[in-house]
Design a protein around this ligand. Sequence first.
Ligand code: ADE
Length: 352
Amino acid sequence: MLWSALGEWFERERRALPWRATRDPYAIWISEAMLQQTRVETALPYYERFLARFPDVRTLAAAEEDEVLAQWSGLGYYGRARALRAAARLVVGELGGRFPSTRAGWLALPGVGPYTAGAVLSIAFGLREPLVDGNVQRVFARLFAVEGAQGSKELAERCWELARALVPSTQDGLRPGDWNQALMELGARLCTAAAPRCEVCPLRSTCRARILGKVEEFPGPRARKAGQVVRLEILVASRGDELVLVQRAAGGRMAGLLEFPTRELVRGRTAARLWPARHLSGLAPAPGRALGELTHTITHHRIHARVRPGRCECALAPPLRSCPPEQLSGLALTGLARKVLARLLSLTGALR
Ligand code: ADE
């Protein structure tokens, strides 16, 4: 079911990329090395140039390091380029120019980890080998509602277990390399971090996170470093004569306390997770000046929050509610919500 739904989608949607038109392990290895930490669109011209200059493993092994670095220049993480050349020299010098066809053989090459080994063995050799990269991890975290923070060992290990269990063999009707690439493609194009497009996802009917209505909550947020500054935007949204509040989820920090709708501002990305988007389609910041900036320190990090006015015209259901401003101070608010309230009081003098 999973295989056919994803396989059919990939068959229809796969991008015609040059490394998909070959089974040459050398070309596929180079592409996979480039695609780690680099987007497909960025890697494409580098790949074409690199393969034109170093068309096979012997050419790469014979090249000066400076020239390899020059061809890599702009892709970053130059250790990857040095490792490619070192591995090419090893393949030529010790393996007679033939690439290994086993996992252990690939893992013994410089710069090759479980991801690259899985990619080359499944895509070029057609072997039933799994892989997990950041995209696959996000897809699995959502598809199976896997607990664990991004970057945690727990999440990574669980995703590798799933990848091992799910990778098909060719007899299952889907080539292992196509399955692996389809998962990565799904993560890059539909199951994205910032704006998942569940409505067109081939796995929407089986996705646990979607069924739970919690797509944006998987994978769990990265654990913060102690002392890190967290930037929040807090909405003081009026609904008629009342203000909108959210009750924090059971089981988490400050469970059950009330706060103003809040979202985290992450560079390049607005994380909707704290401003529960699925409950708040009718809630929007109002034009006009911010009500101020607040700072707040909780156990391990500092918060810089911008308070903005907002409006809400939607019906409210738990965890949302509204309350007359003069009753707010009697409610179980978070410390930060109390600071927001104090700021409102100082601005208007009207709330008691
Ligand atoms: N990301 C890294 N390698 C990829 C591949 N072969 N297909 C799609 N996305 C990728």
